[in-house]
Design a protein around this ligand. Sequence first.
Ligand code: SF4
Length: 367
Amino acid sequence: MRGIATVPTYVVMQPTTLCNLDCAYCYLPFRADDRKMSPAVAAAVAGPVNEWSRDSRFSVVWHGGEPLAAGREHLTELLRPFAPDVEHHLQTNATLIDDAWCEFFAANDIRVSVSVDGPRARNADRVTRGGRPSYDRIRRGIDALRRHGIPFSALCVVNRPAPGLATELYDYFLDLGCEVLGINIEETEGVNLRTNDHPAAAVRAFWAELVAAWRRDPRIHLREVEWSLRYAAAVLDGTADAVLPRQLDPIPTIGYDGSVVLLSPELAGFSDPRYGDFTSGNVLATPLPEILATAHRLGWIREFLDGVEACRSSCPYFGFCGGAHAANRFFEHGRFDGTQTNHCRNSKIRLLEGVLDHARDHERSAA
Ligand code: SF4
């Protein structure tokens, strides 16, 4: 894997900056403001996206703020210019989902992912703008999806890995009925300054316990564990070099105003005296393919590519990780050419170690 691809596999779209919740760990800087994407921005993105979707599977991920806070009418307008082949995904806090939204998801073939951190007591960080718990509203939204038979994924943020937590979470999500579960160990990024420095043994044990819970009843696709197993299988087959894509996916994030930030959606809305505002251009002024073709000229992206090369030459986990995310380097190190971050320790290194610990324990108990 070298350099940045000029054709992405997905784009992230910000239909509004607004979120109706105010989660304690949120990284978004403008979530109290209602700045909506214009249909002209959606049309400018749809042009190249429709072309790319003719050649291979292509996704648009609607992410916010809270995308449903843009309203159904407005989202309908934004979806209009996209060709039928384009896959639409939407990440939501679920609190606004009702029967009408479910009908909208079904009519537009939108794949829904809900953010929920486990049972009620685990959602203390997910509060309304008035600081009130949001769990009942989240559950009502998920219940509406279930009533309408709409399949959904779930994204769970883990604040502090501790013994017993992985089993509790897995059992909860099994009962919730999601098809895919992603687990994010909370990240120190954006406006969230809480620490993500956890004892290595606790994080490793968390992942090992999660694999054990999953193996007892593997009805859910468990994103991180499946990545790890795919990598482990490729190492055993001698095909590990083929696990990572040949080039980094640029992951264009299109802001409400058409500005484009590459590689890490979490950098959108931030600026730094050394790097400027991280934008690579605006789709209202420059076609997205042109922005992507010249991306490698930006100083912070060149520095990030140096960081990826430093990872390649120094980190035994590079074949699994590929150098992880630009935003974690920036928000943890203040620059892009460092290597290990707490994020990569929590979510790449300890993950792989935890999965292997589970395999070794299993082998020992089978012997
Ligand atoms: S695990 Fe961390 S240090 Fe290793 S390749 Fe990934 S980002 Fe780089």
